[in-house]
Design a protein around this ligand. Structure first.
Ligand SMILES: Cc1ncc(C[n+]2csc(CCOP(=O)(O)OP(=O)(O)O)c2C)c(N)n1
Ligand SMILES: [Mg+2]
Length: 292
């Protein structure tokens, strides 16, 4: 397991768990490129990137975008509180227009919806949840770990110090009042016997690469998590009504990751020796000839 992060209260999270894992606390907004490099060198690790809304939607927006479109095999978690918590509560790029800071200042800029961006950029597993809803969030994280490709989870995480007051749209009270869950997820690892017992139409099963199964309990009848374009519309329609859509919003169970796009060898690149890396003049000649 390799856990990587940027800078912020959120990016401190990997310090608090998985003490035996590889860890890298990178520069502000640079987690995605450091993670991409590590993943290229050693594809045999589980990659977990933890970031904040400032780290990923402001200084690191470009890095976030390219890790999504390249399909880097990772779980990318943004702890989204709508503020730069560590530097004492300035509005971040995900703060809703019209929401108020703790000091009463109104935010006049449009908000970036990271879920909308991830969908548009080609992420193959896109979800949103709430730090106050463990029952929804934990299976989403488990399923994201088993997904092969870029898995993005936007976790609305109220900042109790700077953004949990009545003018905030990222407070516990506001999110509880406006949360629209599209589905509930059970995650069944492959080692378990899989038995199903459900009323037809109320559950959708998604089989992952390794054979594990996601049971999706539909809460919104009109919601189809396999349709990227409809997911984008659904998100936009509900955002216009002030609703925060949560759950597994999009998944492509047949997704591929960056290594398969690039056609790299199965062995981690950091394990290749001189023989594989310098195959000799004859191989070079053959390769050059193929380009002439
Ligand atoms: C290059 C650089 N610019 C600015 C900063 C100052 N800085 C530290 S954390 C931060 C924002 C963090 O916001 P977010 O990612 O939302 O994390 P939170 O603390 O809210 O979890 C900023 C601007 C920095 N550390 N490095
Ligand atoms: Mg933040």
């Amino acid at each position: 397991m390799a856990k990587l992060s940027g800078i912020g209260c959120s990016s401190k999270t990997p310090t608090y768990f998985l003490g035996q894992s590889h860890g890298f606390n990178s520069v502000h907004g640079r987690m995605p490129s450091v993670l991409t490099g590590a993943n290229l060198a050693n594809r045999d690790l589980i990659y977990l990137g933890v970031s904040g809304d400032g780290d990923s939607a402001s200084i690191g927006l470009g890095q976030f975008a390219h890790s999504m479109r390249r399909g880097v095999n990772m779980v990318y978690v943004v702890e989204n509180n709508g503020v730069y918590g560590l530097t004492k509560g300035q509005f971040s790029a995900t703060a809703d227009r019209g929401s108020k800071s703790k000091r009463g200042v109104t935010n006049t800029d449009s908000a970036i919806d990271m879920v909308g961006l991830a969908l548009q950029l080609g992420a193959t597993f896109v979800a949103r949840s709430f730090s106050g809803d463990k029952a929804q969030l934990v299976p989403l994280v488990k399923a994201a770990v088993e997904h092969r490709g870029a898995a993005f989870i936007d976790v609305v995480s109220p900042c109790v110090a700077f953004n949990n007051h009545s003018g905030s749209t990222k407070s516990y009270d506001y999110v509880r009042a406006h949360n629209e869950a599209v589905n509930r997820l059970d995650f069944m690892p492959r080692r378990d016997a899989i038995t199903t017992d459900y009323a037809p139409g109320s559950v959708t099963d998604v089989v992952m690469h390794d054979g594990s199964v996601m049971h999706l309990h539909k809460l919104a009848d009109d919601y189809d998590p396999s349709d990227r374009v409809r997911a984008m519309n659904y998100l936009a329609e509900h955002a216009a009504r002030g609703q925060i859509v949560t759950g597994l919003l999009y998944v492509d169970p047949h997704a591929d990751d960056m290594h398969s796009h690039l056609g790299t060898v199965d062995a981690p690149l950091n394990s290749l020796g001189e023989k594989e890396l310098c195959p000799g003049a004859a191989s070079l000649e053959k390769f050059n000839a193929s380009l002439r």
